[in-house]
Design a protein around this ligand. Structure first.
Ligand SMILES: Cc1ncc(COP(=O)(O)O)c(C=O)c1O
Length: 374
């Protein structure tokens, strides 16, 4: 049996008519950049997350850069970023002109270790980027407490966390993207809400930030040639807005399917010795399972075995950010980030997507069982 890592074709087939019509409408109306479909999507996405504003941009990396710039972060400033993430989380800080300061990840949740944040704070620190990695929210109460104490901004990188929920101290369940000053999303095709090309969004409840971000992503302007400052060109395409508008209607349903699949995996895999299933405190966290990530000492051999049996697995991420060549200039040693550095050799992501069948999941589980039974 061949199990893909994600199955975007199956998803397209299930909504083909609606997608084809939405895309055709954009072409017929030549509404290629921004336009009505994008505006409608922005409105509906803001509503789905529970925020006042959504600004569609070119991709999730730009969303982070525009957010940092809108907060006034740049040269001379430091921004805290989890060591275990995709490079966009840190790359954006450098692109904004500021300095990246990494923080190790928590051994259970893989998200930023809130117990190690304060030791990374200096008088130059301006913000924390809280990544909701793999679709599980970061420990936002702690992040909020630290940010308040040290007067820092919070940018939530929710690229992998569409509709993820977190129960804050007040007892209220709220969506990822509603806790910080500003939050960013990626709609890269493989994401839980994926466009048919690059796309991203910024969400916030702050009037001033929303206005700045919208202008910054559109050459610093309000109207056509009225540029108040220099920005960049990062606007959402009409076709992406139209595709996302169709898909957003199904996102909750798809998310529940991911949750059911994750539960099934955890139930079946917990009996297998040698592999650690994802840790979730369901009292406070309701993840959306962008990735289902296991940990094992025999990672590389398991990866090869799965591949030989037709199961597409992945590694997120093969090198913790501080260990990448791109950050050699920071002169870190792997021991500076002991958890992230150890886990880069242990993490393995197995296929999860809304359309995955029980039969496919059983095959994955049985293949893993066969490997450890050998
Ligand atoms: C955690 C995280 N942040 C940011 C991004 C950047 O998003 P994009 O690929 O849309 O630029 C990604 C996408 O892979 C991501 O996984």
């Amino acid at each position: 049996m061949r199990i893909p890592f994600v199955d975007l074709k199956a998803q397209y087939q299930s909504i083909k008519e609606e997608i084809d019509k939405a895309v055709q409408d954009i072409i017929l109306n030549t509404a290629f950049i921004k336009g009505k479909a994008v505006e409608e999507f922005e409105k509906n996405f803001a509503e789905a997350i529970g925020v006042k504003y959504c600004i569609g941009v070119g991709n999730g990396t730009d969303a982070l850069i525009v957010s940092l710039k809108s907060l006034g972060i740049g040269l001379g400033d430091e921004v805290l970023v989890p060591a275990n993430s995709f490079i966009a989380s840190s790359e954006a800080v450098t692109a904004a002109g500021a300095k990246v300061v990494f923080v190790d990840n928590h051994p259970d949740t893989y998200n930023i270790d809130v117990n190690k944040i304060e030791q990374a704070i200096t008088d130059k620190t301006k913000a924390i980027i809280a990544v909701h990695l793999y679709g599980q929210p970061a420990d936002m109460d702690s992040v909020l407490g630290i940010a308040k104490k040290h007067n820092l901004f919070i940018i939530e990188d929710a690229a992998q966390g569409h509709l993820a929920e977190y129960k804050s101290k007040s007892g209220e369940w709220k969506k990822a993207g509603t806790f910080g000053d500003i939050a960013t999303f990626s709609f890269y095709p493989g994401k839980n809400l994926g466009a048919y090309g690059d796309a991203g969004a910024i969400v916030t409840n702050n009037d001033e930030l929303a206005k700045k971000a919208r202008m910054y992503a559109n050459h610093g302007r309000i109207s056509k040639y009225d540029h108040e400052f220099e920005g960049i060109n990062s606007r959402m395409d009409g076709i992406q807005g139209a595709v996302l508008g169709v898909k957003l209607k199904y996102l909750q349903e798809w998310t529940e399917k991911r949750r059911a699949a994750a539960l099934y995996y955890s139930e079946k895999l917990k009996e297998i010795k040698g592999v650690t299933t994802p840790f979730v405190d369901y009292e406070k966290y309701n993840p959306v399972w962008h990735l289902y990530v296991l940990r094992t000492e025999k990672r590389d051999a398991l990866l090869d075995f799965l591949k030989s049996k037709g199961v597409a697995a992945g590694i997120h991420y093969p090198l913790a950010l501080p260990n990448l060549q791109a950050y050699a200039y920071l002169n870190h040693r792997p021991a500076d980030f002991p958890v992230a550095s150890a886990y880069q050799q242990q993490l393995i992501s197995i296929p999860i997507f809304p359309e995955i069948t029980k039969e496919q999941q059983d095959y994955v589980v049985n293949t893993i069982r066969e490997f450890f039974g050998k």
